[in-house]
Design a protein. Sequence first.
Length: 380
Amino acid sequence: MEGGAMRGMFTCGVIDVFMENGITFDGAVGISAGAVFGCNYKSKQIGRPLRYNKTYCKDKRYGSIVSLLKSGDLYDAKFCYEDLPDELDVFDTKTFKEDPMEFYVGATDVKTGKCLFHKCEDGGKEDTQWMRASASMPVVSRIVKIGNNELLDGGIADSIPLKFMEEKGYDRNVVILTQPKGYKKSKNKLLPLMRIALKDYPLMVDALEKRHVMYNHEVADIEKKEARGAIFVIRPPQALNIGRTSKDPEELQRVYDIGRSTALRQLDALKAFLNGEENRQIKEDKDMDQIVRRHFRFYGTVQGVGFRFQAMMAAESLGLTGWVKNENDGSVTMEIQGSEEEIQSAIDLIANSRFIRIERTESELIPLVEHESSFGAEYW
């Protein structure tokens, strides 16, 4: 379940239709709004997030500058994660704990810029803190400290964690998006402010600078797998056009209703997919999925600017193998193995650094290296 602040009302409509029709899963993962709203799937509370959002959307403790100035959070943490679930619209922790579905939330570690995932066991205080962390937007939220972890919005490092679920062994995945088909994320216009606010966390800043590249890569991967019938995707038919902190109950209802109608239209196809009755044969796409190995040589401002580190981070995030090293003439060479699409995504991630300037690139296909399991840096 993707995030997107109040676009998450779309997800609420979808999962309510799932619950009403007895559709269950072995596991689920939510990011940001997908976590704080999606947890109601495991607690089986149909309509709860729509209800409390409509009831409290105009409350000054709920998404306002007043809250930000008084508490340090745009969404007051005590109100949202104590008063609301404990007293005002009670979260059913008993049902949450007893339901067998595994439920994960992802949050970004500000020290590493990577997404950490937490398995929610009982819907109690620790789980709630992870949900809060997953939905804590930079600049307008305080860093959430849980144990040795310092966390913010999970969508920064992993907006749509399909890969996470696949690595957990789930092989029939349903992806709920909050953007329509064809949407491309652009670089965040608030990056200069974020760089200042998070100046003590350079890897977090780096993750923020590359978020749009990561997001667009994840969407491309989803569309490829969707076309093969390997996953089932539910997305809005058009842009939802709702503010991230909308205070209009009618707008919240409108987006929720779009989620419901979209899920209802796809309900029969979804049931067929979950029962293994795909209308499309799942097949390998030889052009897109073929593994290749490329040798690169990069010229420009590529040494002394963290190129090798960025290459290792990019390769690790995409599951690619190979190596990178500096050359005596000031260039950088790299061998990298994966699909052409994944390799290009890695190059995009590297080139997106504000310090690296690639002026010229040489590239050639070379033989695959069998049994290679990692990507590393070579130092002379």
